[in-house]
Design a binder for this molecule. Structure first.
Ligand code: SF4
Length: 391
């Protein structure tokens, strides 16, 4: 399996959301919180990019403003009637975050060695003897040249800020730790610091790992267990919804069965049972007329043709129009003779096309082994048929 930290995190939050997002690949409307987070992230990346000088605070704010003005129009706002008000609030919040962050973290005081660093780690599942690839992006990696230490920093734009104690078991940081160790195996685990930066609070919290090596092993087993669980759920096609306060930020809320009651109004109205009973009566009446009309049309056609032949005329007139007898020509080929000509030219195969009707006919003449083999290639197609039964 190829997966990412964010996909695994989505699965742990809500298996149904994971299915919508990663298996069904249903694209969800972008929530403003996600767009806001990604624009602040790109502004902070820009801040640490030297070219050759670090950008000033004004330049970072200009960068953010420019990106903000170009953001997609298809954002889902919590309250569309107050879109402009929300837009202003989010923009001001972004500028405030950047200002405060810049003040506390002048880029020239840090040695950012990688920004938005992509990683890919292969985990081997010994039980199943298979490899899984976990990919991700680390926001920033700093190096302290004096202590020869590295620091992984991930930015968070959410409000919640956990304690350092809680961060000990943070899966994201442990996974990033594992990724860096995988990239630079000679680097001792103790030389890598793991931090989350909570931008709204302008605070960085560093995880205190007592035994980093053991933690990496625990992380590996945990991720493999989650992957195993996902694969089992995939086999049974069983991804239950897990409603929580996070549903308000979920782009799939409108299609989620847990919230269908809230969106009933959006559904097209269907007829009542009484109206459907009337429709069925009309359906049968039309069907009966159709059969009667078909039969009568055939009789009329025969009478008209017989009259034309006996009167030796090619056109007859009525009060609502006229009918003309036309002789149409259709050609058909003598395929045996065509085959004789095309076969030596190696062109015969080109006009042969697969025919399922013929295949069905042929099946009963084949051996059981061949029948089984061909039947294993069948694909099931479902279509809706309305079958009418008269009382
Ligand atoms: S709305 Fe809530 S329960 Fe439904 S898919 Fe999203 S997170 Fe899961």
């Amino acid at each position: 399996m190829r997966t990412s930290y964010s996909a695994l995190d989505t699965y742990r939050t809500c298996p149904l959301k994971y299915k919508y997002q990663n298996l069904d690949k249903i694209s969800a409307p972008k929530r403003i919180e996600a767009v806001f987070g990604s624009l602040v992230h790109s502004a902070l990346k820009f801040m640490f990019e030297r070219g050759p000088l670090y950008p000033t605070l004004d330049e970072v704010i200009d960068f953010f403003t420019d990106k903000w003005n170009k953001k997609s129009e298809s954002i889902e706002w919590p309250n569309p009637d107050k879109k402009e008000e929300f837009e202003k609030l989010y923009f001001e919040e972004g500028v405030k975050i950047i200002k405060n962050f810049y003040k506390k973290n002048q880029p020239w005081k840090f040695n950012a060695v990688e920004l938005e660093s992509r990683f890919s780690v292969i985990l081997h599942d010994d039980e199943e003897d298979e490899d899984h690839t976990i990919v991700g992006i680390i926001d920033r990696i700093d190096k302290d040249p004096e202590k020869d230490e590295y620091e992984i920093i991930d930015y968070k734009t959410g409000k919640k800020m956990p304690s350092a104690e809680m961060l000990k078991d943070n899966l994201q940081l442990s996974l990033y730790h594992m990724a860096l160790q995988d990239r630079w195996p000679s680097l001792p685990a103790s030389k890598i610091k793991l931090s989350l930066y909570f931008l709204k609070h302008n605070e960085k919290i560093t995880a205190e790992k007592e035994n980093p090596k053991e933690d990496i092993e625990k992380t590996k087993s945990f991720i493999l267990a989650v992957i195993k669980e996902i694969k089992e759920k995939e086999e049974k096609s069983n991804f239950p919804p897990s409603p929580s306060a996070l549903c308000d930020y979920c782009g799939y809320k409108k299609i989620c069965p847990m919230w269908s009651h809230e969106y009933k109004k959006d559904k097209p109205e269907t007829k009542s049972e009484e109206q459907i009973a009337e429709d069925i009566t009309e359906f049968f009446e039309i069907k009966e007329d159709e059969e009667k009309n078909k039969k009568r049309l055939k009789e009329l056609r025969e009478d008209i043709l017989a009259f034309m032949e006996s009167s030796k005329v090619a056109r007859v007139f009525g009060t609502r129009g006229f009918i003309t007898k036309n002789v149409q020509e259709r050609f058909s080929f003598d395929m045996e003779k065509v085959k004789e000509v095309l076969l030596p030219e190696d062109k015969w195969e080109e006009i042969l096309s697969p025919d399922e009707k013929k295949l069905n006919k042929l099946l009963s003449f084949l051996s059981a082994k061949l029948q089984d083999k061909i039947l294993s290639f069948r694909k099931k197609k479902e279509f809706i048929v309305l079958k009418q039964t008269k009382k």
